[in-house]
Design a protein around this ligand. Structure first.
Ligand code: ZN
Length: 297
């Protein structure tokens, strides 16, 4: 009996030993496996990290660059699209003609298509105590360009620098050839009488070279809207609408066109006002608002 018990205990011990040995080896294997997994994981992670981080960095850089570009582009595009779609002059094409400018050609050109009557193709404007008329016209013209573009219009400038590249016929043709909705010519006045002052709006008259009466009527309408708006803005003395049949720029124009005489450079008060940058802004604002009113009449 005692022997039997001893046998059973031995068997149990052997089993216990086997079990513990087995579990040890299993545990070790499991540990190894875990280590391996960890190592692989680490390696994998390292690999991924190295590769991934480089890629990410590159992408990050690219992304940064592209996002910068995209942001810039999108801002530009969005702004442009917003202006084009929501501006009060969206879809309008406007020719802005700052009068005069420096030139070297002393040539003449027909006053109207098919006419034998000729006038100087390039003309020097008047001059004040602070600036030449050409300089003043350009300042207002560039302000106007900016304001019209901010309202979604496409602007065609007859000049953006001191030099007059286009003749009077060429200025009119720029607006015609680009299918502009209208042309605005910017000038300042002069008189032998220094007491004469104020702002006037020149428009093509009837009974001259222009036989398209709708065109004459549209130009007059445009002139009325812009004159009223500029007078509102500036508070200048209103000399009214003046019909002209003798201006090459009008006679060659196939689109509604107006010419604003912003004030007299020969009048000390007008001359000082025309030299004031704030007043120049008011004129450009007035023209812009006048165009908005005209196109939404
Ligand atoms: Zn002029």
């Amino acid at each position: 009996m005692v022997r039997k018990i001893k046998q059973i205990i031995s068997l149990l011990l052997i089993m216990l030993l086997s079990v513990s040995l087995f579990s040890c080896s299993y545990f070790k294997k499991a540990q190894e496996a875990t280590s391996l997994d960890e190592a692989e994981n680490v390696e994998t992670k390292t690999y991924i990290n190295n590769y991934g981080s480089e890629a990410e960095n590159d992408e990050a850089v690219t992304n940064d660059q592209s996002s910068e570009l995209t942001e810039d582009e999108s801002v530009d595009t969005e702004e442009a699209q917003q202006q084009v779609s929501t501006g009060k002059l969206a879809g309008r094409k406007i020719c802005v003609d700052p009068g005069h400018g420096t030139f070297t050609q002393s040539v003449k050109e027909p006053i109207a298509p098919g006419s034998t009557e000729t006038k100087a193709a390039f003309v020097t404007g008047t001059s004040g105590s602070y600036q030449t008329e050409a300089e003043f016209n350009l300042k207002v013209g560039m302000l106007l360009k900016e304001m019209l573009e901010a309202e979604g219009a496409e602007v065609f400038m007859t000049r953006t620098g001191a030099v007059a590249e286009l003749s009077n016929v060429g200025r009119a043709q720029l607006g015609n050839d680009n299918n502009c909705d209208c042309a605005v010519r910017i000038h300042a006045d002069a008189s032998s009488d220094s007491s004469v002052y104020g702002l006037s709006m020149l428009v093509p008259g009837s009974g001259g070279y222009i036989t398209d009466y709708d065109l004459i009527s549209e130009s007059r309408d445009l002139g009325i809207y812009v004159l009223e708006s500029v007078i509102d803005k500036t508070g200048a003395y209103n000399r009214g609408i003046i019909n002209r049949n003798d201006l090459t720029g009008f006679n060659w124009s196939t689109i509604p066109s107006i010419l604003i005489e912003c004030g007299f450079m020969t009048n000390p008060q007008d001359d000082a006002m025309l030299a004031d940058p704030d007043y120049q802004v008011l004129i450009a604002e007035g023209i812009t608002q006048g165009l908005i009113n005209y196109f939404n009449k």
